[in-house]
Design a protein. Structure first.
Lengths: 74, 356, 260, 184, 356, 260, 184, 74
């Protein structure tokens, strides 16, 4: 099991649940929440946080720019 | 048997066009009237009647496709909404100058500029005073229901061919987007015989060549041509159309067309139920305008109020008709907002107060 | 042989086609517009299609082309002839429809209508008279005006830096799948005239195939705009215009002609 | 008889088509009708509403400021339209997602738990039919049979297989609707 | 020292533009105003003042170049004639809606359509009632001499910036093509400082970003915006301008602008020399229109006659101003023909006959 | 490692550029418009040119782009953005000026303005979002709609015979001497996004050289118009749109890139 | 003093520039002036005319129906404008190419053989200056010196070397002009 | 000296004297008249009628289409 060196923060209220980040995450970190946000969207979240490498792929493809990415330098 | 449907105003225009035996529609998408072309495309009119429907590259192109095709004597039309109609002004002036029949539908939205897509009646001046250059006039019909959206297609073509002049249906987003019950007209055949006295279908041995043009390099000829146009415009007055609602005993008169007329109709009901003698005159043709009727009414009522979704456009034609005989007020909304029957009622009570 | 014996009905080998009207042409002396008009009418005569031909006159010197051609015609708004032609041809697919347009008309204000009619592959003929200038309005710069060429709105010569370089719209539309035949010709000499006429014929014949636009460009003179005598303007044209606008077929039977 | 109705909710809730079925139902019983939607890009992901008028006489203004009935399907609609009901008017709403319940005491208020029921039925698209059923139960301006006829008219042929399902939902809605308990 | 020149009206516009410190001119050739751009190009304005002059691909492009450039706070203008101005109607409506200052010169020719290139005043409605869509208004100036062609350039910009509204010089082929003595204004510096409250010159740290738009998707905002526009238009009335010639003791009043006013001036002289008390009111601004002054005059004169090179357009505004107080006649020529002072005189004698 | 230890200011490797405003984007879920907006703003941020940048928003879904980009902007009339940009850039040659346009805007109604701005070599950047449809007005056919593709005005699929074939305006303007840099990109995956951003940067950098138009086309999705989920639309796009609209540089430093 | 003049002839005869020099001459002596040409494509190879007004007062209408002076340089112009002269007015014309000579007896009529003289001088471009000379001789509304000043003003710098030649032509025209013999 | 086998007829009143025919005649048959026609143009005429071969070159380039050509078959 991978050791997380990255993490994302999703601006939940701005997420539109389009899932573009999810399919573009190379480590399958992202899942969609069961619950909906204020606009009725199932928002993205780190389903498998341990996988995240902080590669920023999800953030750069997010059309709404709602993902912030962190990575620890090793 | 009557054919009844529940349709949007825009769809009614499209269905009526097919049934009127229209030969060609050329258009470009714009809210709130894109349903016209969408409905047509869905109907495969080339199979239903052989009607041609083409999405042009712009409104400038569509009106000029109409200009070209109208010269051949066929029934052709376009539709658009305010900014698109502005782009057509040069073409419309050409078509009027060349004396060609065609139908232009304007489903007005709030301006100026890109404005809003909500309903408005602020293109009245553009339609009846000539948004294009020169002394020309259109035949302008103002439908107040989905039924009239359908009916005025055929009527528009009838008048357009009668006078060899472009006709316009001046509607708005409200009439275009709402659905009502509509009785559909029967299918007409597309016309196969053309009046060879003016159409360009290829010069045959038995006639001189025909020319479609709005140009006269010789100002004397252009002068004559303009005089002829003015006479024609005068003669169009015989086809003025209007509806009078509760006018017989009215002390005060509302004047409104299209969606505003619908709203005022309710205001009249409300006022009458309060015992106030209000009537409504609804022009169905804005050009020709029912000036004579208004002049007549001005001898009987105490005041008039033009109600329109604009800052005050048709009111000028009411004032010109009345020529100072009675006060003429204006009430209107601007920029895509719509007055409710209650809004109009309180304005009526405010302005016509002396009467009650 | 005595001239009187030569000038006899049976010896006649060339006369103005009766499809040109009696009206005196409104063009300046030596202007190629007249020749192009006549060639088009000769083709219509030879094909026997007068009763099936509809022409569109532009805004430009040829604005009253309908006074000279004995066929049904419509005058168009500036630049919009291809839109008019589209409207007509769509409703009368069996007719021969052509536009006649100048360079200002076709390549400036009418760019969108030209390109989209070509892209849609309307089954029409476009006759495009490129004289490198706006003749009608008094010699202003056109999209096709050569670099350095003087006009009333480029009185010190066209400066490509600020005014843009000359625009070869013909080569551009040839790239579109909707064009079937594209060629460039001239009418200043007998040889070119005969070739130009063949191209016009081709453009009309193509309409039977229903395969798209046929566009023939004519590089022509505007001696008034260029401020030269007719013959000087023809020489200047050969030496300058033809270099930038080379003669010949550009696209034939829907295929680009490569090389030269 | 004239019935002036506003139906409002989220874009995806079938507000417009519910209004259309209602209007068609009116036509089936020879009434005059009008259907006036809100339209435009502000609807994208936002709210939608439609004014439906059923009348025995010619319909005058399709634009209204006050209504006989309001069918409200989200909080925004509740906030916007509660005050527009005429005194004595009728409100029907789905309590799902509603945090500020209606306050007026001069109107009749009914609830239908359509969201929950549609989920239970695993058929979210029948949501609006549940609501429609609720409405025609409380105010039978249109007959059940005419609603079914209206439904048929407004659905394209290729969707006619869905009619039984919708019919069931309408009936279910008629059963479920109940007067709202007043919170004092 | 005064700088005097003999110039065509079109040239005067161009020279005045350079001297007014105009930053950009975007245009497309059309008779009878092509001299504007030709004169500019010949003057190498990029060297004289740094002014940019660009020949656009069409009038649609020129008005939109003006629209873009006007948003930056610089002084920009275009010129054209009737058909070209019709093509600009969408752009003009946008510019008005976005509240941008700029100057549009229309050297009117006879219409409709391609019409003729001879002078006409038949674009009055288009200019003052809005040829484009929506409830907008232009500031419309009507020069009656080559001097005013020059003077109104600066005046037009002054008013355009004062109200952040497009201004139009409504001239015609007669004023554009004739030469007169003109006193040239001194050279103004081109403006270097821009009102950062609205211009788009790049968002700096010390301010919020600026946005130029005519769009409000929210109808309430568009409504507010329109109300604001209407208030602005009302406030423009303070800048109404007109000239009164022989009005003090006049029994009868001619109302005419531009070239018609010049012609009427001679008619007044001719009538006066016959002992007839005729006066002339010449609006210099057509929008705002001197309605208040006409209303005042209507209490004193016996009748009025609007004289214009059209089938009757400005006459409506005269009638609206007078509101039935006195008869208002119309006399005009159509399609590019020009009435002579004698023509007007005989019409005056005919219509005002009762008075003499 | 504990997430809390990762999510710290100093470890931040990606955040939305502050040049995107706080306003929620008006685009549908998954629509590429948002990504393209953000990339443009990232470039403006990185180049530090906010105070010298002027953008033009089109008529189309991006009509209120000015609500999202924290720069001075003007809204344009439909299709006329290149004319507005010309007007601005001519008067402010030292500023960075860009247009943002959809395919209906740029390649239908705006054809003439696009081509002539490109031909004149205006020193501007044009960002062209090709989603094969008119998004804003409800999914009508665009000039770029693929053959056979359904839209609300081609409900049975685009028929090239009657509606014309899809129009590759980008390749066309690349032929003009006035274009200096022309490229086609996409933003549906991380790799393409990074390339697309480089192209945007290039387009801005080029304005320093004063060598003409830089046009970057983005082939993008319109899941609402195409009636697909965002990810399905991206797959459909790769499989269908990219074939007809291939990715990559078309013209670099004023020279056409040949081959593939 | 107000002098209303029509000058008419073929396109190439220098009608417009002659009018312009006249107008400039008026300015040189502090007068108000107007110059109103016919314009447009109908001029191509056709006729041209210009109305010039010189006045001590503000010029009112630049468009006139009758004139104090008519300078007519071809048959078409003669046909068109003879009748527009005010009684007592002045006509100057070049008899070259004129087949129908003026008939009116309530005006003063002068001739100047300018075409012939210009040919003799081998200087066709001075044609209009000969005519101008004739006019200012018969009706000295503008002084000779002011005409020369006007000429300078209206010619671009690069053509100033032509001024002496033009001056000579004007003088020659002044000498040549003579009253027309009436054909009874 | 060539023997004429061709001849042209110029519609004198329509000729605009542009001389395009003259320079395109391979046999230098055409000259321009001293006199002018009704429009003031020096019109074209057969200056050297004996040269004309009836080749039609002049006629096909005449912009105003004013030349009719005759040729005897040999
Ligand atoms: C909308 C509009 N703009 C401008 C004009 C003025 N105009 C008339 S002809 C012309 C250009 C003619 O040039 P071209 O098309 O090259 O034809 P040519 O005269 O050279 O044969 C222009 C700009 C017009 N009539 N209408
Ligand atoms: C003159 C004019 N015509 C039509 C419209 C309507 N309209 C708005 S956006 C649009 C097309 C949008 O399509 P596109 O440019 O491809 O951009 P997208 O919405 O797909 O991003 C149209 C036709 C308009 N506003 N103005
Ligand atoms: S102006 Fe030029 S194009 Fe026009 S007729 Fe004269 S020579 Fe020909
Ligand atoms: S309609 Fe299409 S282009 Fe517009 S925002 Fe939605 S997905 Fe994007
Ligand atoms: S080419 Fe024709 S018009 Fe010209 S000179 Fe010869 S005959 Fe005359
Ligand atoms: S027919 Fe031939 S040889 Fe005879 S004049 Fe004409 S060009 Fe010359």
């Amino acid at each position: 099991m991978a050791k997380a060196i990255g993490a994302i923060v999703v601006d939940v209220e701005r997420c539109k649940g389009c899932q573009v980040c999810r399919v573009n995450c190379p480590t399958m970190t992202i899942g969609m929440a069961e619950e909906v946000n204020g606009k009725g969207y199932h928002y993205a979240y780190m389903e498998n946080p341990e996988n995240c490498t902080g590669c920023t792929n999800c953030a750069v493809v997010c059309p709404d720019g709602v993902i912030t990415v962190y990575r620890v330098k090793q | 048997m009557k054919e009844i449907a529940l349709m949007k105003g825009n769809e009614a225009v499209a269905e009526a066009a097919i049934r009127a035996g229209v030969d060609g529609y050329f258009g470009y998408p714009i809210t709130p009237q894109s349903e016209v072309m969408e409905y047509l495309m869905l109907q495969r009119p080339e199979e239903r009647t052989g009607m041609v429907v083409l999405q042009a590259e712009s409104e400038v192109a569509s009106i000029n496709m109409v200009y070209g095709a109208a010269g051949t004597g066929k029934k052709v039309m376009t539709s658009s909404s305010s900014p698109g109609i502005s782009l057509m002004q040069e073409g419309i002036s050409y078509i009027a100058g060349a004396e060609l029949p065609c139908l232009i539908v304007n489903v007005v939205r709030g301006g100026p500029g890109l404005g809003t897509i909500q309903p408005s009646q602020a293109d009245y001046f553009q339609s009846v005073k000539g948004g294009g250059h020169g002394d020309y006039r259109l035949i302008v019909l103002a439908p107040a229901s989905v039924q009239e959206m359908a009916d005025f297609v055929d009527l528009g073509f009838e008048l357009a061919f009668k006078y060899r002049n472009p006709a316009m249906i001046l509607s708005d987003g409200l009439i275009g987007q709402m659905m009502e019950k509509v009785e559909l007209p029967p299918q007409k055949e597309r016309v196969k015989e053309f009046d060879q006295s003016w159409v360009i279908t290829g010069k045959t041995q038995d006639r001189e060549r025909n020319i479609i043009t709005s140009l006269n390099l010789d100002p004397d000829l252009q002068y004559e041509h303009n005089l002829k146009l003015q006479e024609k415009y005068k003669s169009m007055e015989q086809d003025v159309m209007f509806e009078k609602i509760d006018c017989d005993d009215a002390d005060y008169l509302l004047v409104a067309y299209g969606s505003s007329a619908r709203i005022c109709q309710k205001t009249v009901d409300m006022a009458r139920s309060k015992g106030k003698k209000i009537g409504l005159l609804r022009p169905k043709t804005l050009d020709p305008f029912p000036s004579a009727e208004l002049a007549k009414m001005s001898r009987r009522v105490k005041a008039m109020m033009a109600v329109e979704l604009s800052a005050g456009q048709m009111v000028e034609d009411v004032r010109l008709a009345v020529n100072g005989k009675v006060p003429v007020y204006h009430y209107g909304m601007v920029g895509g907002k719509i007055h409710s029957p209650d809004d109009v009622l309180s304005e009526v009570e405010d302005k016509f107060i002396g009467g009650y | 042989m005595d001239i009187k014996q030569i000038i006899k009905e049976e010896n006649q080998v060339y006369r103005r086609t009766p499809l040109m009207t009696e009206a005196t042409l409104s063009y300046c002396p030596g202007c190629g517009h007249g020749t192009i008009h006549r060639l088009i009418m000769e083709v219509v005569e030879e094909m026997g299609i007068q009763s099936d031909t509809i022409g569109i006159a532009p805004v430009g010197c040829a604005v009253i082309a309908y006074d000279f051609m004995d066929i049904d015609m419509s005058q168009a708004a500036h630049g919009r002839a291809p839109a008019l032609a589209t409207g007509i041809k769509r409703l009368w697919p069996e007719k021969y429809v052509f536009t006649y347009q100048g360079d200002g008309d076709l390549a400036a204000i009418g760019t969108a209508e030209t390109i989209h009619a070509c892209n849609r592959g309307e089954n029409i003929a476009i006759f495009f008279v490129n004289n490198g200038i706006y003749g009608m309005t008094g010699g202003q710069m056109a999209p096709t005006t050569l670099e350095g060429m003087k006009s009333s709105t480029s009185p010190y010569g066209r400066n490509s830096e600020t005014m843009g370089p000359p625009y070869k719209i013909t080569e551009m539309v040839a790239q579109l799948p909707g064009t079937y035949y594209v060629a460039r010709h001239a009418v200043h000499k007998p040889g070119p005239v005969r070739k130009a006429k063949k191209a016009i014929r081709q453009a009309f014949e193509n309409q039977k195939l229903n395969k798209g636009v046929s566009l023939v460009e004519f590089v022509s003179n505007c001696n008034s705009g260029w401020k030269m005598t007719p013959n000087d303007s023809n020489i200047w044209m050969e030496e300058n215009m033809f270099k930038f606008y080379p003669m010949g077929d550009i696209k034939v039977e829907g295929k680009l002609v490569n090389g030269d | 008889m004239t019935e002036e109705i506003i139906i409002a909710g989220f874009g995806g809730q079938g507000v417009l088509s519910m209004g259309k079925i209602l209007a068609y139902s009116g036509i089936m019983q020879e009434q005059e009708v009008s259907w006036m939607p809100s339209y435009g890009p502000e609807m994208r992901g936002g709210t939608a509403n439609v004014t439906v008028i059923l009348s025995d006489d010619r319909v005058s203004s399709p634009v209204l400021q006050s209504f006989d009935t309001a069918i409200l399907l989200n909080q925004q609609s509740m906030d916007k339209f509660e005050s527009t009901l005429k005194p004595g008017g009728l409100m029907i709403y789905d309590p799902n997602g509603i945090t500020r319940h209606p306050k007026r005491d001069d109107i009749r208020i009914f609830q239908v738990e359509a969201t929950a029921e549609a989920a239970r039925m695993k058929s979210p698209i029948t949501f609006n039919m549940l609501v429609l059923g609720a409405y025609i139960k409380v105010n039978p301006v249109v007959d059940f049979e005419n609603v079914i006829l209206g439904l048929k008219k407004s659905l394209p042929q290729r969707h006619h297989h869905l009619i039984p399902k919708n019919e069931t939902a309408i009936s279910r809605g008629m059963e479920m609707v109940h007067e709202a308990k007043r919170t004092p």
